[in-house]
Ligand binder design. Structure first.
Ligand code: GLV
Ligand code: MN
Ligand code: MN
Length: 419
């Protein structure tokens, strides 16, 4: 029997959640969200979703890093559960689907099973992970990384945002500092449905992607220190302009991407450039900037990191500035479990959906769980060239329903496995 979700109900939930932290896109009527991790908006979203979980009679537990787990019993509760979920936080210019689809999709799976009075052999756990985006506290996949042991809880608690507010104090303030010990959960499998956040599936006419893995990510924060001085009176040769150095680094990382020396898929972004004092007539004396490097090949990433380090030394000398670099996040390329990918592909075939294997360009909570249990992801295509981290992010109700129908039947299949 193939089960089908209630697509209208899923859309209603997505719309309701999308009201929390709404921002307008540049196109009238199209909205996204700003729900920075552990902000008031994030907390409101969490409370809404917990209400929906409880309505399905799930038992909700919150761990010490604020991850939410909602579990429904199976026929044999001695067996490890199937876990599915994602995140509710967003980047400042977030879409309504990034993360939200994975959480609300998992809830829709449980609602559908409950509609049919189906109790699976294994228990099911829906998870919401804290701070997947990493843009507020400088490291991504924070909650899932702590839950799976890559980041220590005490280190995570100490992380601060740009206003020096710590993760721990925000967990306390929002009421999401739970008492469940981190690192205890060992699911039978972890499955996450997510929007692709890129153009490939839509352009090639596929209904969904079976995700093969995630590329490597390397984040660093640079502090460039020059000397603030008068914009009008300081001759060019006397300047130590931290803003100029930041610009040169930005151009360099683009040249590295285009060089082909680090494979054809290196990506690099300087997403933060904060000059100080930030005055029209003062040469920037200090710049805080970030560099985000992505590469599917670990050796190529290592080479890019090493060459960038060399460049920073050279350019600091030439420009008469100092550059401090702090690595704020780093994850290697990850491959997902091939048997779990095959299960997803075969479910998609049964539902007559066109699919292809695809590598994830973004970071995902699933990559952390792949160290703990068989893990895979389902990608849903997006309109507007799959634009994401943008309020224009949009997947049609049909695209969402296809992905969540595959999630439902994959979970159902895995939940009947005895070993
Ligand atoms: C998360 O969305 C990331 O890949 O930065
Ligand atoms: Mn995401
Ligand atoms: Mn994201």
């Amino acid at each position: 029997m193939e089960l089908r979700i209630n697509s209208e109900r899923l859309q209603e939930s997505l719309a309701e959640l999308g009201q929390i932290g709404t921002i307008q896109s540049e196109y009238p009527g199209i909205s996204g969200v700003c729900r920075l991790a552990l902000s008031e908006e994030d907390a409101d979203a969490r409370r809404l979703v917990i209400g929906w979980m409880k309505r399905e009679n799930l038992e909700v537990s919150i761990d010490q890093i604020g991850n939410i787990y909602a579990t429904g019993p199976g026929r044999d509760n001695t067996l490890a559960p199937i876990m599915s979920g994602s995140h509710l936080d967003s980047v400042p210019t977030g879409g309504r689907f990034d993360g939200a689809l994975g959480v609300l999709g998992a809830i829709e799976v449980v609602r559908t099973l409950n509609d049919h009075n189906i109790v699976t052999r294994r228990p099911l756990t829906i998870a919401v992970f804290t701070d997947e985006e990493g843009c507020r506290f400088a490291t991504d996949m924070l909650g899932s990384a702590v839950a799976t042991g890559r980041i220590q809880l005490a280190d995570a608690w100490r992380l601060c945002d740009t206003d020096d507010i710590s993760v721990k104090s925000e967990l306390e303030r929002t009421g999401f500092l739970g008492d469940e010990q981190v690192g205890q959960r060992r699911p039978h499998a972890f499955i996450e449905c997510h929007v692709e956040q890129g153009p490939v599936l839509r352009h090639e006419g596929y209904d969904l992607g079976v995700v093969t893995g995630v590329q490597g990510i390397s984040w660093q924060r640079l502090t460039i220190i020059g000397s603030p001085a008068h914009a009008g009176t300081t001759p060019t040769g006397f300047r130590r302009d931290a803003g100029l150095t930041a610009a040169k680094i930005n151009i360099r990382i683009r040249e590295m991407c285009l060089s082909g020396n680090y494979g054809s898929d290196m990506r690099a972004t300087m997403g933060v450039v904060r000059p100080e004092p930030g005055s029209i007539n003062v040469i920037p004396g200090r710049v805080v900037a970030t560099v985000d490097l992505r590469n599917p090949v670990d050796d190529a990433m290592l080479a890019a990191e090493a060459d960038l380090r060399e460049f920073l030394k050279e350019i600091a000398d030439i420009d008469g500035v100092t550059i401090e670099s702090e690595q704020t996040a780093r994850t290697p390329a990850v491959s997902f479990n091939t048997a779990t990918q095959a299960t997803i592909a075969s479910v998609a075939d049964t539902l007559s959906l066109r699919h292809r294997p695809i590598l994830a360009g973004a970071g995902h909570d699933a990559q952390e769980w792949s160290r703990v249990c068989p893990t895979a992801m389902i990608f849903v295509p997006g309109e507007n060239d799959g634009i994401s981290h943008n309020a224009m992010e949009f997947s049609t109700p049909e695209q969402c329903a296809n992905g969540i129908n595959v999630l439902l039947n994959t979970i159902f299949t895995l939940a009947e496995e005895s070993s």
